[in-house]
Design a protein around this ligand. Structure first.
Ligand code: GLA
Length: 409
């Protein structure tokens, strides 16, 4: 009897102990409920590259509020490469204390105090693209560190990843973030090499679909062993990918170059409108502290942002393409549609678009622009009415510019 009792105690304590100690079960799924519309924020890389420090980040946060960007919906302040210092003898990563003397926790507190969120950058490999310590082998430790600092968003890059497979490597960091327990957006930055749109939706909230953007409208920049891509080149790389995107999981055609001094106002408009049509993350990449009026008005345009942030989360599609002139459609909530007439050419393009004789169908998401419905037309850029779909649309679009409309019953 005594023996049976003892055996029972051993059995129960053993199984209880097993249950509680069952800590090694991993959850390789991203945090749900984040990024239900494309993330909006700012990232340091396009404008500042490795020149990041806490003064810049705090001033950018202040500018986010004073410029109206926060009110327009931008929330994340993302520090890209080069914030890192060294790992200590126990393997914990520290920020470069010359650049971030108050530490990351204090910076996160500063941003949170303003209703903003902090994003950081790391890399699945041994080193980041900028040669700073990567997270390979330190994933769980780094995730704990980021969580303890109050980080809300992690961009995770793909340099120096010899021998790693992308899906597995990104699942490891997702499991690490889950274990650390603080909900964070995971931005997969794998450049589209291993088709992240296929495995990415379960693992992260957005995935880069291509190599880096280059600050030009229509060019390719050859760096020798790699290339970066102009706004139009990146746009073309999105072909065939729209079916993979939706609330909580977005194609990421890279961060914005608007206001970085190389594009004309028309090109900046076209860049912004097309990223809105693509339901792309809107991550500004300019100096928010020194924005001119034109840039500010483009980045904070309410109607264009509403196209991007529409709750259906359907990525738009190219309806037609002829001679450098393209027409794009995006189905919106409540039967509305966004339409963009994009002029990629160097000549003025005339529009003569007969709504009644066009057959606009979104086969993938089962939406149709009905020829029997009379839609009211609004110019999304100016918020002014442009009549209805009863008559043909007759107007023109200047070279390297866009006209974006919203149709509503
Ligand atoms: C890669 C990424 C960029 C940027 C740099 C930083 O090139 O694709 O977006 O993060 O690394 O070094």
């Amino acid at each position: 009897m005594k023996l049976i009792f003892l055996l029972m105690i051993t059995f129960f304590t053993g199984s209880v102990g097993f249950g509680q100690g069952n800590n090694y079960v991993q959850n390789y799924k991203k945090f749900d409920g984040l990024a239900l519309t494309p993330p909006m924020g700012w990232n340091s890389w396009n404008r500042f590259a490795c020149n990041v420090d806490e003064k810049l980040i705090k001033e950018t946060a202040d500018a986010m509020l004073s410029s109206g960007m926060k009110q327009a919906g931008y929330t994340y302040i993302n520090i890209d490469d080069c914030w890192h210092g060294e790992r200590d003898s126990l393997g914990f990563i520290h920020p470069d204390l010359k650049r971030f003397p108050s530490g990351m926790k204090a910076l996160a507190d500063y941003l949170h105090g303003k209703g903003l969120k902090l994003g950081l950058y790391s890399d699945a490999g041994s080193q980041t693209c900028g040669g700073r310590p990567g997270s390979r082998g330190y994933e769980f430790q780094d995730a704990l560190t980021y969580a303890s600092w109050g980080v809300d968003y992690l961009k995770y890059d793909w340099c120096n990843t010899e021998g790693l497979k992308a899906e597995g490597a990104y699942k490891t960091i997702t499991a690490a973030l889950r274990k650390a327990g603080r909900p964070m957006i995971l931005s997969i930055c794998e450049w589209g090499t291993d088709k992240p749109w296929v495995w990415g939706p379960a693992v992260g909230h957005l995935w880069r679909t291509s190599g880096d953007i280059f600050n030009c409208f229509d060019c390719v920049e050859d760096h020798g062993s790699w290339k970066s891509w102009g706004v139009m080149q990146i746009l073309d790389k999105q072909d065939g990918l729209r079916k993979y995107a939706g609330p909580g999981h977005w194609n990421d055609p890279d961060m914005l170059e608007i206001g970085n001094g190389k594009l004309t106002a028309g090109e900046d408009r076209a860049h912004f409108a097309m990223w809105a049509m693509l339901a792309a993350p809107l991550i500004a990449g300019n100096d928010l502290r020194n924005m001119n009026q034109e840039t500010r008005e483009i980045l904070t345009n309410k109607q264009i942002i509403s196209i991007n942030q529409d709750s259906l989360g359907i990525q738009g599609f190219r309806y037609s393409k002829l001679d450098g002139f393209e027409i794009w459609f995006k189905p919106l909530n409540k039967g509305k549609w966004a339409v963009s007439f994009l002029n990629r050419s160097a000549r003025v393009k005339k529009i003569d678009f007969n709504w009644r004789s066009e057959d606009v169908k979104d086969e993938i998401f089962q939406k149709e622009l009905s020829a029997s419905i009379l839609y009211k037309i609004k110019n999304a850029w100016t918020d002014k009415s442009m009549g209805t779909t009863k008559n043909s649309l007759k107007t023109e679009v200047p070279p390297h510019d866009v006209l974006t409309l919203i149709l509503e019953e």
